[in-house]
Design a protein around this ligand. Structure first.
Ligand SMILES: [Zn+2]
Length: 406
């Protein structure tokens, strides 16, 4: 993973450098002589350095590019890449030194200046100098208001410090800079930031404000699941059970694949308003609309088993297992139900036959952006810090994988 990042960062710097390369004239007066810069760029050190970069041998790439940089002290791109390589190699102070030296150059265009500052900002961020990183990225944005790279870094810095309001301002600027203020991705991120503001208000005992944030989140993006969960929680804490149920039921209606997140809340709330039957009804509706919904089967199975219908409950639990053979919660529910049925031999045999070919493994949630894996569903990825990127890896049953084309 880090290796890919290193390579990517270096290549991006290279590409950006080449783009700025118009300013990099072919011929250069040095020591009273014109030098063909294209030949310099074609020096073995430069090419060797790039080759090492591509084959991910960072130390060797640094060696060769250092030689190339000595051959041509004016070549902005080589110095930029070199600094970036040092940074990604963990030598942050060296990276800072190189990039700071570049800033002292007199003849730089505004965009080149912004680009050097961006690299320096990344150095600071990497080294944990948060304030200096924020200042530097802000300076980049001042020079180049549409620099989404700097804006994104600023946003992440604010998020890391839980400065949700500031992060929201930056995300709004990014949407404006892209000229598309209603881009669904931006709306979704703004919604998650609103949700965080709501949680903050909840912690600070300001329920009215929390409700406004959660509602704003769902207006920005109707699929912001945690905002509905939290909205219901605030409503419930205020004694507004009916409104709480309404909030949670919106998940069932709008994002049924995440309905399970509201199961225990809804189950308790239905019981609280004297309508416990609404819970199994809800599960049945979910199963009808999505036959693969193992969680609704699990919940319904457990509900039936707990209400004197162990056999019917067990049927549903075994069906649930068919769709998700590695679900620990399902196995536990089955064992509980088997014990209620006094481990009757025929049902135990059914269970054993079902599980014989199942493949077991954990962490089925995976970040679509960086492939980070997690046992839990996460709203923000701890590795790439992106919002709402987790999907549940589809685990085929043994039967299905046999049918699937190779
Ligand atoms: Zn990720």
């Amino acid at each position: 993973m880090t290796e890919t990042v290193v390579l990517l960062a270096a290549l991006l710097a290279l590409l950006a450098g080449l783009a700025a390369g118009k300013a990099w004239e072919r011929y250069k007066l040095r020591g009273g002589r014109w030098i063909d810069r294209r030949r310099l760029r074609g020096s073995p050190h430069y090419i060797l350095g790039l080759n090492h970069l591509v084959s991910n041998q960072i130390d060797l790439a640094i060696d060769e590019l250092t030689k190339a940089a000595q051959l041509d002290r004016d070549a902005l791109e080589i110095h930029l890449i070199l600094g970036n390589l040092y940074r990604e190699n963990g030598q942050v102070s060296k990276a800072i030194q190189i990039h700071q030296r570049l800033l002292q150059r007199a003849r730089m265009t505004t965009l080149e200046h912004a680009h050097v500052l961006l690299c320096l900002g990344l150095d600071y961020r990497h080294g944990g100098f948060i304030d200096r990183a924020a200042e530097t990225f802000s300076e980049v944005v001042r020079l180049d208001p549409r620099n989404t790279h700097a804006l994104l870094n600023l946003e992440k810095l604010h998020e890391e410090q839980h400065e949700w309001r500031e992060a929201r301002v930056i995300r709004q600027r990014m949407a404006e800079a892209a000229g598309d203020e209603h881009n669904p991705r931006d709306q979704a991120i703004l919604a998650f930031l609103e949700n965080e503001l709501g949680l903050q208000a909840m912690r600070e005992q300001r329920p009215d404000q929390a409700i406004r944030h959660f509602e704003a989140a769902t207006h920005l993006d109707v699929k912001t699941v945690p905002a509905y969960l939290n909205l219901g929680d605030v409503r419930l804490a205020l004694g507004q059970r009916k409104e709480a149920v309404e909030a949670w039921e919106k998940i069932v209606r709008i994002v049924p694949e995440r309905a399970y997140l509201a199961f225990s809340r809804l189950k308790d709330a239905y019981a609280g308003i004297g309508a416990p039957e609404r819970f199994p009804d809800l599960c049945r509706r979910l199963i009808d609309t999505n036959p693969q919904d193992w969680r609704a089967r699990l919940a319904l199975g457990e509900h039936l088993a707990a209400n004197g219908a162990a056999r019917r409950g067990l049927d549903l639990l075994l069906e649930s297992l068919l769709h998700n053979p590695h679900g620990l919660a399902i196995h536990q529910a089955i064992w509980r139900t088997l014990s209620v049925l006094a481990f009757e031999e025929s049902v135990v045999t059914r269970y054993i036959n079902l599980t014989r070919d199942a493949v077991f493994y954990l962490d089925p949630h995976i970040c679509m952006r960086c492939r980070y894996r997690s046992t839990e569903l996460l709203w923000q990825c701890p590795q790439c810090h992106e919002w709402n990127t987790f999907v549940e890896e589809r685990i085929a049953t043994a039967e299905e994988s046999e049918e699937a084309p190779a």
